[in-house]
Design a protein around this ligand. Structure first.
Ligand code: FE2
Ligand code: FE2
Length: 162
């Protein structure tokens, strides 16, 4: 009687299924990374815009704040894009389509920032278990750093808008 391990056709089928499952989870991961990339590309525009338009005494602190957030989003987008390339995916070139509100008061700018950072923290929070499943330790460390930065931003903005 043929044993399970010696049956070449069965082995082939199981191997094929495993490869298919890996490819499917990879596609899913690339899609989620692209979602994060879209939000980072949007954040670059939004923060650069607010850095340019912030007026009054708050400009002294918020112009550097918004500029550094725009730069941080650029750094994050580069890390996420490189991960997509490494996984063999195609990185998005368009930002997330959620409109960037042109507002003039600093409280509105901070409220918009909080919405954006909350969304980013949510997407990276969804990415973490997916990367854990994929078993890529380097990617996990890189994305975890971004995730923690977004969570810190949410907490800090929460205090600023109080
Ligand atoms: Fe970010
Ligand atoms: Fe952020």
């Amino acid at each position: 009687m043929e044993t399970f391990g010696n049956n070449p056709s069965l082995n082939l089928r199981f191997k094929w299924k495993r490869v298919e499952a890996l490819t499917m989870s990879n596609d899913h991961l690339i899609m989620k990374l692209n979602e994060a990339l879209g939000w980072e590309l949007r954040a670059i525009n939004m923060y650069a815009h607010y850095a340019a338009y912030i007026r009054g005494i708050h400009r002294m602190q918020l112009e550097p704040h918004f500029t550094s957030e725009a730069n941080e989003s650029m750094v994050h987008s580069n890390i996420v894009r490189s991960a997509i390339v490494k996984l063999g995916g195609v990185a998005v070139t368009e930002r997330n389509p959620m409109p960037i509100e042109h507002v003039s008061s600093y409280t509105d700018m901070l409220a918009q920032s909080l919405i954006t950072e909350t969304k980013a923290a949510e997407v990276y929070g969804e990415l973490m278990p997916m990367i854990e499943d994929a078993g890529d330790a380097d990617l996990y460390d890189a994305i975890e750093q971004i995730y923690l930065a977004e969570v810190r931003s949410v907490e800090e903005l929460g205090r600023l808008v109080e």
